[in-house]
Design a protein around this ligand. Structure first.
Ligand code: T46
Length: 143
């Protein structure tokens, strides 16, 4: 996989496993990259459907595929990287501003997302050209 954008990273989660199976606890102060204010999950995605197609001004998120698989495309305005999500013990930390698209959902995919803020429509950037402008400004490139 190509290197991730600077504001994205893969986070390995601690697995408490024994002969009964596995358990992962997501708790404040135990290595998560931000304070969690919201949790949502995406499931039952129709075949050949893509989601996302937006960026956020400020939001940080950790996306964990707790069942099945999907692909998260992350784009910082310069490079675009496809990240396969298929492990319940690994999350993708997505900073801002990062354009994201989600594809290749398996029928059984459950994508759990932890977010750093409550839902706020004004934080979304849904136009790709606007996203490129915001990303360039944030990176100090005002051209
Ligand atoms: C993201 C990717 C990974 C709410 O009411 N509350 C919420 O917390 C969320 C996330 C969504 N909604 C409503 C807004 C829409 O009417 O649920 C509907 C579907 O949301 P959306 O079209 O934004 O879903 P995705 O899958 O395109 O994007 C979501 C998140 O919105 C987004 O922040 O990064 O998942």
């Amino acid at each position: 996989m190509t290197a991730l954008p600077a504001s994205c990273s893969l986070v390995d989660l601690t697995v408490h496993g024994d002969t009964r199976g596995s358990l992962i606890a997501l708790e404040q102060g135990t290595g998560l990259p931000f304070a969690i204010q919201r949790v949502y999950y995406i499931y039952g995605t129709a075949r050949n459907t893509a989601r996302g197609f937006h960026a956020h001004h400020q939001l940080q998120q950790l996306a964990i595929c707790v069942a099945g698989s999907c692909t998260m495309i992350v784009d910082d305005g310069v490079q675009r990287v496809e990240v396969p999500l298929d492990r319940p013990d690994r999350g993708l930390h997505i900073g801002s501003p990062i354009w994201r698209e989600m594809t290749d959902f398996s029928d059984d995919c459950v994508l759990l997302v932890l977010a750093s803020a409550p839902y706020e429509d004004a934080d979304y950037i849904r136009d790709y050209d606007e996203f490129r402008r915001v990303a360039a400004e944030r990176n100090g490139d005002l051209s």
